[in-house]
Write a protein that binds this ligand. Structure first.
Ligand SMILES: Cc1ncc(COP(=O)(O)O)c(C=O)c1O
Length: 379
């Protein structure tokens, strides 16, 4: 067993070996520009279009509704600013939640400096948005609702279908940041009722530096960068063929292995929690409702423990992340845990443990022992 055991798959994932194999010819042999009309260009264009089909299949949309980007941050920027600029004459009000990733909240902050008004809907103690509060926040000038599918820190899954229905009834464009959910839970754009959906390659075993945005046909969107006609002119710039091929393959693998992976990530997460609870009892506090949580994510606080001390104590053996930042001895609680109204002590004691599709029972048992020993030492 290789150490340290990696249990931070919500931060990023390793590149799947099948994805690496698919990428290699595009690093070594196929260098053509997809816009060139001769054969080495055409074959790379075909590779990009094949990837578009593979991505579309995973989220159940048409291939031409997929726009490749460089990352989830770019997809979120394109979705939110793109809709804002395209609809600014219709209205300037946007609804989002208090627990979005900075790749959404910072875009909203920027837009508020440009004359848009943002409503931040609160969440309950488990980090869940109440769809009724979205409904109540709607105004005649609301042009966009953007609510993440699943939270990166605590794993809470939002009631996207219900919010989608509300958006549709009110004729408002609906975007979801699905960076954490694609590949882990179902992300069928029609079932979810979304108009735009963000995908992050490196969260689903593709490399860093590639993302995608689903844009429902008929949705008016302004591009952020201007240039030639790649990606229908919405996201110009010569295609990143290698990474696009990688994302396509990662999506194909994610769809093919969906059931097995889902089972494994949840089996590992639950084995971990059971192991911790059986040895530490009620010193373990789960921060969310596991019924509405990503199957691989465990946001857990260990009573009377500093999460930073714990994560650093075990870092040679197990890699996990914390729900707070520690600078010059001062602890700052993450905005997500704050929005959930978690008390300071619990938040400062919170770690995020996230399992991956290849996490083994042996790794989990080792991690449980490491965590339990560390908690006992640090208590
Ligand atoms: C929910 C969510 N949105 C957006 C991002 C940003 O992803 P990237 O840094 O790859 O652009 C992340 C990354 O952690 C995320 O978890």
């Amino acid at each position: 067993m290789k150490r340290p055991i990696y249990l931070d798959y919500n931060a990023t994932t390793p590149v799947d070996p099948e994805v690496v194999t698919e990428m290699l010819p595009y690093l070594q042999i196929h260098y053509g520009n997809p816009s060139s009309s001769y054969s080495i260009g055409r074959s790379n264009k075909e590779a990009v279009e094949k990837a578009r089909v593979q991505v579309a299949r995973l989220i159940n949309c048409q291939p031409d509704e997929i726009c490749f980007t460089s990352c989830a941050t770019e997809s979120n920027n394109l979705a939110i600013k793109g809709i804002a600029w395209a609809n600014k004459d219709k209205g300037r009000h946007i609804i989002t939640s208090e627990i979005e990733h900075p790749a959404v909240t910072e875009v909203c902050k920027y837009l508020s400096s440009q004359g848009f008004e943002i409503t931040y809907v609160p969440v309950d103690k488990h980090g869940r948005v109440n769809p009724d509060q979205i409904k109540d926040a709607i105004r005649p000038d609301t042009i966009l609702i953007t609510i993440m599918h699943a939270n990166n820190e605590v794993g809470t899954i939002q009631p996207i279908q219900e919010i989608g229905a509300i958006a549709r009834q009110n004729n408002i464009v609906f975007h979801t940041d699905a960076s954490q959910s694609v590949g882990k839970i179902e992300t069928d754009v029609d079932n979810l009722g979304v108009d735009l959906l963000t995908i992050a390659g490196h969260k689903l075993y593709a490399p860093k530096g590639i993302g995608a945005l689903y844009i429902r046909k008929g949705t008016r969107i302004e591009n952020l960068i201007h240039g030639a006609n790649q990606e229908k002119g919405i996201r110009p710039g010569t295609e990143n063929v290698i990474h696009t091929v990688a994302l396509g393959k990662a999506c194909e693998v994610a769809l093919r292995d969906f059931k097995q992976n889902r089972h494994n990530i949840q089996f590992s997460r639950d084995r971990l929690l059971n192991g911790l609870v059986s040895q530490l009892g009620n010193q373990v506090h789960v921060n969310v409702d596991l019924e509405n949580c990503l199957p691989n994510t465990l946001s857990v606080a260990f009573e009377n423990i500093s999460a930073h001390a714990l994560a650093s104590f075990i870092s040679n053996d197990v890699l996990i992340s914390t729900g707070s930042a520690c600078h010059s001895g001062e602890t700052t609680i993450s905005s997500v845990l704050q929005a959930m109204n978690l008390d300071f002590r619990t938040a400062a004691a919170t770690v995020r443990i996230s399992t991956g599709k290849n996490t083994t029972a042996e790794e989990i048992d080792f991690a449980v022992e490491a965590l339990v020993n560390a908690v006992k030492k640090l208590t």
